[in-house]
Design a protein around this ligand. Structure first.
Ligand SMILES: [Zn+2]
Length: 213
């Protein structure tokens, strides 16, 4: 495999990228000036050391050198810690933060659960035990009232909602927690991270609440 083929293969593994796009990226790299290539290579090499994963919500944040273990959202006491919004990826949080309407806190599940996947593979793929631990902690400190499931409106997103709810069902019923879904306003098949701020604002304002039985 030539270095160019290798680079194309790396780009092809990027989320949402096909072979055609991966080739365009690789050929774009060939057109960069030497100093730009240097900078890009340097960023790729150092990014994992300058970004830290929040111990509470698991989103990535830039380490300002102070060695914080929690991100600015989790540390912010002005945010409503009684509302926990669960997303699959970091980029979903960015989209919701851009809409500026959510004042609660987040949890990054780390992926979605494909409708077609083998159910025994679930625990490794997403942060189920970290989520359960966080919800339990919040229940113990009496700070949690509502869990908002904010996954994309497609079969995998809906399957992920069902999975998370089943994993948390005991904690939810025992502690009378409210569960709601971000849905109305988001069109079917839409990815949360690409939704515009106005759409997210509507989807949050009109979130559907789960009927407790
Ligand atoms: Zn955090």
């Amino acid at each position: 495999m030539t270095p160019l083929d290798k680079l194309i293969t790396y780009f092809e593994r990027f989320p949402g990228t096909g072979l055609r796009q991966a080739k365009r990226f690789a050929f774009h790299v060939l057109t960069l000036r030497p100093d730009q290539v240097q900078e890009l290579a340097g960023l790729i090499t150092s990014i994992q050391n300058s970004v830290v994963e929040c111990t509470t919500c698991h989103r990535f944040f830039s380490d300002s050198g102070i060695r914080q273990t929690e991100c600015s959202i989790c540390r912010n006491s002005n945010r409503d810690h009684s509302k926990l919004l669960i997303v699959s990826r970091d980029s979903d949080i960015e989209a919701i933060e851009r809409s500026g309407v959510f004042d609660g806190v987040y949890f990054v599940l780390g992926g979605t659960i494909s409708l077609l996947s083998n159910s025994s593979q679930h625990p490794e793929k997403v942060r189920t035990s970290a989520l359960k631990a966080l919800v339990t902690d919040k229940i113990n400190s009496k700070t949690l009232k509502e869990i908002i499931l904010a996954f994309s409106i497609n079969p995998d997103g809906e399957n992920t909602s069902r999975y998370v709810e089943s994993q948390l069902s005991e904690l939810i019923t025992q502690n009378n927690l409210e569960v709601s879904y971000l849905g109305r306003g988001l069109s079917t098949g839409s990815e949360l991270e690409y939704a515009d701020p106005e759409t997210i604002k509507n989807a949050l304002a009109h979130r559907t609440h789960h009927e407790q039985t």
